[in-house]
Write a protein that binds this ligand. Structure first.
Ligand SMILES: C/C(NCc1cnc(C)nc1N)=C(/S)[C@H](O)COP(=O)(O)OP(=O)(O)O
Length: 558
């Protein structure tokens, strides 16, 4: 049985659960794109550029579990690198496939277009090795199946992106047909002794404490077991908090939920609860400078159990040889009850009073109305910027999801990512909050939302500049050219009803725009929310000054 290299790849992408792959054409990948179309397991979705292609794949991978993208050599793949960096930092398995020079050109002394102008074509793979968990450069069709399977299997297990390079003259070359996909999907069994030892040490940690709090972190996105966390909370009876980058990872209507822990900008009561606990069971946390408010919110190591994707650190010991899914599943069946922390009642988020309809639109009123739009079937994508703080302060109904990129934090990510999420989960409502500064980096992908008739509701937060940067450190570089954001939709030829551009300067205009957005199911609705530049969340101001102080630390004098 034979197939071709490109159709082998296509079959595998369908077998691991993809229904789409993202692509930008280039002469090094055209035959490969044909092979994917011929085999047909996944629908080919086109992006305006390779950066957006990568962000769309990353957003798709968050909702679907994995994603794939096809670009051309060098000029395409190097643009995609920022998005692959995001996938790496955010633990999303994106399979980046790049077309490449004809195998006959290697060692020929030929100078090729799209390259650096020398005869070394290996630089791209070398660059990819730093931002992927597997890099496979295919030089022979016979070996292609092994290399493709290795890259995909490693990406799925490590929850990281992988890179495959396919020369343009091998894409339709015959190769052996694929074997069972189970060899790519199977998870390594836990090492029983290590898992048991970790659970016993966890028991010693928990039995020695009364007021234990669960803290859920953003690496749990890659765990595949978010739906198991309520069972663990029910077993232990303890309070549960989430980190800002994990907003929505635990159902907020669960009785154990006590809000977002984010140091001094936490939800009401959450900082006192976590920092006052005698034990914090951290699941997949990322304690970076933003999460610790400039290294100020730090937990006592001796009272912290750190469960990460492939290891548990507790009582000064480290245990490996199992996944966090295997660990949490076992813990949910045997953890002792530790209900002390749950006796502290949850403090509600401060309610935002409804503004009069004719009142100038404010950030608070915008956040209030967006929150009212979020239901149990909504995915809210929040871009880097004050949109983070608006998302974190929302009350989410159970089932609502939030997607943010608080580790990589590359502005512009959210527009293509929301497109990817909408393609992966068409049965959910997709709402996007993105600032004017971020939007200007990837705005053209709204045209693809029009093209693919994706009803994403986009709140374009026009506060007239890089306000998060202004709050951290102001300067002329934080001010941008204002666009007619609502007018862009017309520029994207949405006249056939597959797109709506609206502008809101008052509370009433926003309410009316949201009603129109709810009714517009044929394509995106972009609502330009016009705000005063000084109008941002209080938490942003508080957080920004502390992060600025951390950035401003003088060099250590040796
Ligand atoms: C410029 C930058 N960060 C620096 C930056 C620059 N370039 C990339 C790709 N990523 C980055 N995070 C940031 S957060 C802006 O404040 C974003 O502005 P905007 O989208 O308008 O949001 P806010 O006004 O709420 O801050």
């Amino acid at each position: 049985m034979t197939t071709t290299v490109g159709q082998y790849l296509s079959t595998r992408l369908g077998q691991i659960g993809l229904k789409h792959h993202f692509a930008v054409a280039g002469d090094f990948n055209l035959i490969l794109l044909d092979e994917l179309l011929t085999e047909g397991s996944t629908k080919q979705i086109y992006s305006c550029n390779e950066l957006n292609c990568g962000y769309s794949a990353e957003g798709y991978g968050r909702a679907n579990g994995a994603a794939a993208m096809i670009v051309t050599f060098s000029v395409g793949a190097l643009s995609a690198m920022n998005a692959i960096g995001s996938a790496y930092a955010e633990n999303v398995p994106v399979i980046l496939v790049s077309g490449a020079p004809n195998t006959n050109d290697h060692g020929s002394g030929h100078l090729l277009h799209h390259t650096l102008g020398n005869t070394n074509y290996g630089y791209q793979a070398e660059m990819m090795r730093h931002i992927t968990c597997a890099t496979e450069v295919i030089f022979s069709a016979e070996n292609a199946p092994h290399q493709i399977d290795h890259a995909i299997r490693t990406a799925l297990r490590a929850r990281k992106p992988a890179y495959i390079e396919i020369p343009c003259n091998l894409a339709n070359a015959p190769c052996p047909a694929p074997g069972p996909v189970s060899s790519l999907l199977s998870e390594p069994a836990a090492d029983p002794a290590s898992l048991e030892a970790a659970l016993e040490e966890t028991g010693r940690f928990l039995y020695a404490r009364d007021k234990v709090v669960l803290l859920v972190g953003s690496r749990m996105r890659a765990s595949g077991i978010l739906d198991l966390l309520p069972a663990l909370a029910d077993r232990m009876g303890c309070a549960v908090t989430v980190m800002a980058a994990a907003k929505g990872f635990f159902p907020e209507d669960h009785p154990a939920y006590r809000g977002v822990y984010w140091g001094e900008v936490s939800s009401p009561g959450a900082q006192e609860l976590v920092e006052g606990a005698d034990g914090v069971l951290c699941l997949g946390p990322i304690f970076n400078d933003y999460a610790t408010v400039g290294w100020r919110a730090t937990l006592r190591p001796e009272d912290t159990l750190l469960a990460d994707l492939q290891s548990v650190t507790v009582n000064g010991r480290v245990f490996e040889g199992f996944s966090i899914a295997q660990y949490v599943e076992a813990l949910a069946a045997r953890a002792p009850r530790r209900a002390g922390s749950a006796e502290i009642p949850r403090q509600p988020l401060p309610a935002i009073p409804q503004a009069p309809r004719d009142a100038r639109l404010t950030n608070d009123e915008m956040a209030r109305q967006i929150n009212a739009l979020v239901d149990s079937n909504t995915t809210l994508t929040a871009e880097t910027g004050d949109s983070w703080f608006n998302a974190v302060r929302m009350n989410l109904p159970g089932g609502a999801k939030v997607e943010s990129e608080m580790q990589w934090g590359s502005i512009g990510w959210s527009v293509p990512a929301a497109l990817g999420g909408a393609l992966a989960a068409p049965d959910r409502r997709h709402v996007l909050m993105v600032g004017d500064g971020s939007f200007q980096l990837t705005a053209q992908e709204v045209a693809q939302m029009v093209r693919y008739e994706l009803p994403v509701i986009i709140f374009l937060v026009n506060n007239h500049g890089y306000v998060i940067e202004i709050k951290i450190h102001d300067g002329p570089y934080n001010y941008i050219k204002n666009w007619d954001y609502a007018g862009l939709i017309a520029a994207f030829n949405a006249q056939d009803g597959h797109g709506l551009g609206l502008r809101a300067t008052t509370a009433g205009e926003l309410a009316s725009a949201i009603e129109q957005a709810r009714a517009n199911t044929n394509g995106p609705t972009l609502i330009e929310c016009d705000l005063d530049r000084s109008d941002c969340t209080e938490t942003l101001v508080k957080w920004g000054t502390k992060v600025a102080a951390a950035n401003g630390r003088p060099p250590k004098v040796s």
